[in-house]
Design a protein around this ligand. Structure first.
Ligand SMILES: Nc1ncnc2c1ncn2[C@@H]1O[C@H](COP(=O)(O)OP(=O)(O)OP(=O)(O)O)[C@@H](O)[C@H]1O
Length: 267
């Protein structure tokens, strides 16, 4: 089933601050969407609203016929499985091996007792190995996660998200702490999954070059609002200046110089 993810007049306030301010947009299945904007623009809050880590103050989020904002209990847990989340800090258990970390992505499917015992089926192990293989990590399967490079750990996090069999993958600044070579591998991994599995990807990015190279659609946020929504080609220098402001553009250029992913996406 193909369903669009739709936000209608979604706002989220923290005290006096509108972190997300009256956002309406629709994301078609299979899109690779980059969310950009200055620090504090509301990018993380928007992603967290989508998988219901936090609730909107007002407005509605739907996925096809499902009213996401109304989900409770089992249906909410199912939504969180449909909507996998990847964080900048990887969120792995350092002392456990890579394979077990990936299998943790299956725990939501288990009863309380079998999840406590970390009992996985052969089929789940095969699924985890396949996910690692897609991210070129089979040789590291039995290595402790904490001994891997940052880029490898982020690819393990993607494999862990993949075994959840999600329909949407949300990535909150997944490459912000990686060097350019590792950032490229992580973005390539997300792009492959998007293309081959048709999983919708929404990724918050600090580097404009990366957004331009990988995303079908770029959404720029400014002070909680959608300031720009279009293709990389439509994102002109003037629009970029307006998104980041003169002061922000200076910071932004410094960040680009130190961490940009410059390679183009393979055809
Ligand atoms: N839990 C919270 N409590 C209070 N204020 C918050 C909370 N989360 C976010 N905010 C505020 O909401 C605004 C948007 O924050 P958000 O983290 O979504 O921005 P961002 O664009 O992701 O920034 P960054 O790129 O620095 O991660 C900021 O002003 C922030 O201080």
């Amino acid at each position: 089933m193909t369903s669009a993810l739709t936000l209608t007049n979604v706002s989220r306030q923290f005290g006096e601050t509108y972190a997300v301010d009256n956002v309406s947009l629709s994301i078609e299945p299979g899109q690779f969407v980059g969310v950009i904007g200055r620090s504090g623009a509301g990018k993380s809050t928007m992603l967290r609203l989508l998988n219901r880590l936090i609730d909107p103050t007002s407005g509605s989020i739907s996925f096809g016929e499902t009213e996401v904002t109304a989900l409770k209990g089992k249906a909410l847990r199912q939504w969180r499985r449909d909507c996998a989340m990847i964080f900048q800090q990887f969120n792995l258990v350092d002392r456990l091996d890579v394979l077990t970390n990936v299998l943790i992505g299956r725990l939501a499917e288990h009863s309380f007792l079998s999840s406590m015992a970390m009992q996985f089926t052969d089929e789940e192990r095969a699924m985890a190995i396949r996910a690692l293989d897609r991210l070129d990590l089979v040789p590291q399967a039995l290595q402790r996660a904490g001994t891997l490079s940052g880029g490898q750990q982020q690819r393990v996090a993607i494999a862990k998200a993949l075994v959840q069999q999600p329909r949407i993958m949300l990535a909150d600044e997944p490459i912000a702490s990686l060097d350019p070579a590792n950032a490229t591998l992580v973005m390539d991994g997300l792009k492959t999954i998007n293309r081959e599995d048709g999983i919708t990807v929404l990724v918050n990015l600090h580097t404009l070059d990366t957004a331009r190279a990988y995303c079908d659609r770029i959404i720029a946020m400014r002070q909680g609002r959608v300031f720009f929504d279009g293709t990389a080609a439509q994102l002109t220098d003037d629009v970029v200046r307006d998104i980041y402001g003169i002061e922000g553009l200076r910071d932004f250029n410094a960040a680009v110089t130190s961490t940009a992913v410059r390679s183009a996406v393979p055809a």
